[in-house]
Design a protein around this ligand. Sequence first.
Ligand SMILES: [Zn+2]
Length: 311
Amino acid sequence: MLLYQSPKFALHDTKSHPESVARIVQVNAMLKSSGWTERCKSPAWEPATQQQCTRIHPDSYLEALQDWCEHDAGRVEVDTVVSKGSWTAATLGAGAVCDAVQRVVKGEDTTAFCAIRPPGHHALSSAPMGFCLLNNVAIGAQYARTLGLNKVLIVDWDVHHGNGTQASFWEDPNVGFVSIHRFPFYPGTGKADETGGGQAIGTKVNIPVAAGIPAGEFLKRLYDASEKLANEMQPDLILLSAGFDAHRNDPVGGLTLEAEHYEQAGEWISNFAKSHCGGKLVSLLEGGYHLQHMPECVDAHLRGIESATRK
Ligand SMILES: [Zn+2]
């Protein structure tokens, strides 16, 4: 497994916000103490280029974002803040996903995990939203296609709907999207009848679930819907928006998963990638706001992926 981690993600200084510097400090500490840093290959990588970002975000938005960061603008959207270092962190995060995609597509390794922040799946093409500045997974999916891949499937198990990702590919039949999320809940989208537009109808699959859903049922619904869409579209690569805010103790999410479920889900998605696209899987951190349980869930997720790739 390739591992992308950097202390530079702490440059995105959100002060007393739930999407805090402490999240990545704790994740990086876990990656070291659990031996992932030593066991995994950690390539050096560059921030996402303008060209990589503009496949999702217009130049006007990228310029505005850069300008906000230079001016240490603070709150730029109801839930989203930027600091002077946010541009560096955001482009480094999107760049990690692109670098991981490139190495996995080339066959250097089959799986990668990007321990990045800020998260990305709510970011719209021309606006920040819900703690997100650049849509990391969407930028990665577009980059994969420049490498000759025809079809990419994005799975999103963050407790929130990946509205920005869905909007990026709404009419694109070659990027599939499966999102399971609490509903009704922020950001308000992700109803079951949102299935894509034009040529892409049926390539977006939304699984809205109630707050009390048992963890086993949550996972079964995710697995079944993902298998169905993958059988239909036959993807060349799986990208995973791995949020950990569906954990029982998450201060934001309100669902019931525990670390063991993220281990099972990690094993499942690794086997899922093996059966549909030669094991090619790039997982990237989205939400997860409990400072102790979120890193435990990341650890469990990586153990699940590792145990499946060993078999
Ligand atoms: Zn979330």
